[in-house]
Design a protein around this ligand. Structure first.
Ligand SMILES: NC(=O)CC[C@H](N)C(=O)O
Length: 225
């Protein structure tokens, strides 16, 4: 299984992601330019965290116009996995690949801390390695992580089991404690917490590994289907 990690001007978690994939999980991963126009040969795309285009206008609002995002849209339409972490989640909402938006934190402060999460859907291709309703700890680091959507969208997210992670303590004011959601089809996941920063004991948590292990098993099962 080969991963593409698009890099935007201002991305800063791209090398952490590639380190998690290549060095910890032993899977091939390439950094891909924001100017790239095709993602042929890749089995999954991970949009990394950071401050793409300096977070000008709104986080992710400029990155969504990058050539690579047109390729990510086509890639997502094929049903292959697309994961957006933090700024990656912001880019996915701006690009219309996920519903809702990420607003400034309720405190108007940048928050960098460990956060406790509840797994609300362990049946997605990203979360089968976790037990449903269990609690995990992943780091967060963002100024605009306050997820918002209208009441009808929230009802749809709930009805279709698209809410995957919820905060226990809701550090940023997100509606319904939402920390991560999928699209309706279940192959695009956006999440504010950083699984790539929780892949080695020395980092304080290995709870992030489950996301990547879930994707690897999904790929293996697909190969045998
Ligand atoms: N770690 C990150 O991806 C930072 C996200 C983002 N640009 C924010 O501060 O909201």
């Amino acid at each position: 299984m080969k991963f593409a990690v698009p890099v935007f001007p201002g991305s800063n978690c791209d090398y952490d992601m590639v380190n998690a994939l290549r060095d910890i999980l032993n899977v091939p991963a390439d950094l891909v330019s924001a100017q790239a126009t095709n993602l042929e040969g890749y089995d999954a795309v991970v949009l990394p965290g950071g401050f793409s285009y300096g977070d000008y206008l709104r986080s992710g609002a400029i990155a969504r116009f990058s050539p690579v995002m047109a390729a990510v849209k086509d890639f997502a339409a094929t049903g292959k996995p697309v994961l957006g972490i933090c700024n990656g989640f912001q880019i996915l909402t701006e690009a219309g690949l996920l519903p809702g938006t990420l607003q400034a934190n309720r405190s108007a402060q940048f928050i960098c801390q460990a956060s406790e999460l509840i797994i609300r859907n362990s049946r997605t291709m990203f979360t089968t390695a976790y037990e449903n309703q269990t609690q995990i700890s992943l780091p967060i680091a963002h100024g605009e992580g306050n997820y918002y959507c209208d009441a009808q969208t929230l009802a749809e997210l709930r009805a279709n089991h698209q809410i995957v992670f919820e905060y226990v303590d809701n550090p940023n004011g997100s509606i319904a404690n939402i920390a991560g959601i999928t699209n309706r089809q279940g192959n695009v996941l956006g999440m504010m917490p950083h699984p790539e920063r929780a892949v080695e004991t020395i980092l304080g948590s290995t709870a992030g590994l489950g996301i990547f292990q879930s994707l690897l098993s999904h790929q293996r099962e697909g190969a045998h289907a």
